[in-house]
Unconditional design. Structure first.
Length: 318
């Protein structure tokens, strides 16, 4: 316990919760600490043998204001948290994330929101900026043409590309720095997370778990959603067990989604909920990929009616 001029604080180990400017940062909100308290907090972190980069501050539960979950896509993609999108190869996961990113960039409505719902107060997407980490797709011949076909505002996008090997801490730090000056950044997409993690020593074990939690911390104190795209494990099981990679991915994600082809209609895709830790289970949605003119790229055509089925229910029926 550290005391400074009758103010008593407990120190902890989370970076960016104790800051030199004397602010405690919650998820997108700030509560100012008295300036005279900062030297004692900083000294406590340094005395513990940690640098300022690795120290954190524990705040009494009564200190920060209570906050409701905040959403990028209401009830589907939360802000300041990880969201997982899992599905088989070639099912359209990358197209889906780019469609959502395009909506953020132009401030368009979210799929499944009818005119009546919008009038009743359902919030729209933005506009906001987007950071893309598309490891397997080329930005020039794949990502940009797809975004153009989806009607995105390209001035709102940044594309992060990694050259060579980097330690996990440096890779996540470069991600953090890449959008540190994007004050309106609403969405970050890493596609696929398996490639992002494999290059850093594998998706399993403590190394993979550490990277997942570093990513969660990266957006935990900003109004930014982080969507991680992943494939499925071989075999069958419950939906929570199917996303490939480290089990920490599913545990750390506050929302997780399953994208599948409709067995009854080959071109139809079903977006179904795996989990939602921040609210009631949301309904699913469906879309088809419609070609744009004579181009080889497509646009998502969303259906208005919800799909009243969870990922587990879909797997049981197939």
């Amino acid at each position: 316990m550290l005391a400074a001029n009758n103010y008593t604080y407990e120190h902890s180990l989370a970076r960016r919760m104790v800051r030199p400017e004397g602010e405690w940062k919650g998820r997108g909100s700030a509560q100012t600490l008295p300036e005279e308290a900062w030297p004692a907090l900083q000294e406590g972190c340094m005395d513990s043998g940690n640098s300022e980069q690795h120290c954190a501050s524990i705040v009494r539960l009564s200190a920060p204001p209570a906050e409701r979950p905040r959403w990028l896509w209401p009830q589907r993609i939360p802000l300041g948290c990880l969201t997982l999108l899992a599905g088989e190869p070639q099912v359209g996961k990358s197209y889906l994330t780019l469609d959502l990113a395009a909506r953020v960039s132009r401030g368009g409505p979210w799929p499944g929101e009818s005119g009546d719902e919008q009038k009743s107060g359902v919030k729209l997407a933005g506009p906001g900026s987007v950071l893309l980490v598309c490891i397997e797709d080329n930005v020039h011949d794949t990502v940009r043409p797809r975004l153009e076909a989806l009607g995105a505002d390209l001035s709102k996008f940044r594309f992060l590309h990694y050259n060579g090997d980097m330690k996990p801490e440096l890779r996540v730090e470069s991600l953090r720095e890449s959008y540190s000056d994007m004050n309106d950044c609403r969405l970050i997409v890493i596609d696929p997370i398996s490639a992002f993690m494999n290059e850093m020593g594998g998706t399993s074990g403590s190394q993979g778990r550490r990277l997942v939690y570093l990513l969660a911390e990266c957006v935990g104190y900003r109004a930014t959603a982080l969507v991680l795209v992943t494939h499925l494990r071989a075999g069958k099981g419950k939906a929570l067990q199917l996303p490939s990679g480290n089990d920490a991915l599913v545990r750390a994600a506050r929302a997780a989604w399953f994208l599948a082809s409709d067995p009854a209609e080959a071109e139809r895709r079903l977006l179904l909920s795996i989990k939602n830790n921040l609210g009631p289970p949301p309904s699913g949605l469906a879309f088809t990929l419609e070609p744009v003119g004579d181009r080889e790229f497509a646009r998502l055509q969303w259906e208005d009616e919800p799909v009243l089925m969870s990922a587990d229910e879909f797997l049981c029926e197939t």
